[in-house]
Design a protein around this ligand. Structure first.
Ligand SMILES: [Zn+2]
Length: 382
């Protein structure tokens, strides 16, 4: 059974997000038009309480974002790309509540989906990068608290597929070995978010700051399926060594081709090895642990709808063919011109991840990072 989190209140609240206005409406109505909700167990989100939000966020930040009359605050990041907007309090409560409802559902099912979650840049006391609530962090904290008979010691693997580095999540669990964060993203000088953890992290005798549970795979512009295919065995090996009880996948879709960022050139179809569909299929089918799929970035709304509808069908073990027509009754049908199908094929961008660069990443993982992780999990007898 796959649990799918949605309600009309959630869609209304999430559709107000200034960086992604109406995206939530487009996504859920395509999922519905394609008949996917009939095959899933639909669960309505319970809004997060202030007490639940306090598990990570500070009181002074919550005082502002939960106030219907709040004004902008530079101190709390509520300005520029994160303006205060009408409905912000319900947005924060419903998006956090949606992800926490999905976490709760994992006590009775193996896969839960919350496409309105995945806000990986929100900080304890500040909004950042279009993210106002740290639902990924709240989800991990909730998973850590639940001690099931089968899993008295939860081990949570957080995999972030968004174009942007998962700065807030990676930083929040830095040096905590019950949570492993692995972000695959673009990093270059000045590219958001700037974080000391965004470049490739390597063990070094002179620098004790390396944490084998806070991993980064930075990719160069134009990253395509062939590059992601080289990286996949590394992700798989990390999962094998860490043996998670829970896997969260942040499925931001701004690394797909045709996103306005135009940085990467990833495609969707499971039939293409290394694609986003391939990643999700393999993670769901072969990685240990319960799985929570979250949304994230993605600024071409019809493509976000295509991707998350398709990934929903992958999670339901019945992947839709890529030439599936967008149904006529989908209220946003005209947005899907000119193809009017589900496919998001690779574009013509050149993949700048050279074989030398990919060998460097692969060698770093095989020779240094994975042995360091193995060592941290099973310390050698001295
Ligand atoms: Zn992003």
């Amino acid at each position: 059974m796959v649990v799918y989190i949605v309600s009309s209140q959630l869609v209304d609240a999430a559709s107000r997000l200034p960086s992604n206005r109406n995206r939530s409406k487009i996504v859920h109505s395509l999922v519905n038009s394609l008949g996917l909700l009939k095959a899933a167990q639909v669960v309505r989100p319970v809004p997060a309480t202030t007490r639940e939000l306090r598990e990570y966020h500070s009181d002074d930040y919550l005082d502002i974002v939960l106030d219907n009359d709040a004004s902008s605050s530079t101190l709390h990041g509520l300005t520029d790309d994160c303006p205060v907007f009408p409905g912000l309090p319900s947005y924060v409560q419903l998006v956090a509540g949606a992800t926490l409802t999905a976490v709760k559902a994992l006590q009775i099912t193996d896969i839960a989906i919350c496409w309105d979650g995945g806000r990986h840049h929100a900080q304890k006391s500040a909004a950042s990068g279009f993210c106002y609530v740290a639902d990924c962090i709240l989800a991990i904290l909730a998973m850590k608290r639940v001690k099931e008979i089968n899993h008295p010691h939860p081990r949570i693997m957080y995999i972030d597929l968004d174009l942007h580095f998962s700065d807030a999540v990676s930083q929040a669990f830095y040096l905590q070995n019950s949570v492993l964060t692995l972000s695959i993203h673009h990093a270059s000088p000045g590219f958001f978010p700037v974080s000391p953890l965004a470049p490739l992290q390597l063990p070094s005798q002179s620098d004790p700051s390396f944490d084998p549970f806070a991993l980064s795979i930075p990719l160069q512009p134009g990253a395509s399926c062939s590059t992601y295919m080289v990286i996949f065995p590394l992700v798989q090996k990390v999962a094998e060594v860490f043996a998670p009880t829970h896997v969260i996948v942040q499925c931001g879709v701004d690394a797909l081709s045709e996103d306005p960022h135009a940085m990467f050139n990833w495609s969707l179809s499971l039939d293409q090895p290394g694609s986003m569909g391939y990643y999700i299929h393999r993670i769901l089918a072969t990685f240990p642990g319960k799985k929570l799929l979250l949304g994230g970035g993605g600024y071409n709304s019809p493509n976000a709808a295509r991707a998350w509808a398709y990934l929903t069908s992958v999670a339901l073990s019945d992947p839709l063919p890529m030439n599936t027509d967008i149904p006529y009754d989908h209220p946003f049908f005209p947005l899907y011109a000119p193809s009017f199908t589900l496919d998001i094929p690779e574009g013509t961008m050149q993949d700048q991840n050279t074989s030398e660069y990919l060998v460097h990443i692969t060698d770093s993982f095989i020779k240094y990072i994975i042995p360091a992780l193995e060592n941290a999990i099973t310390p050698k007898a001295s």
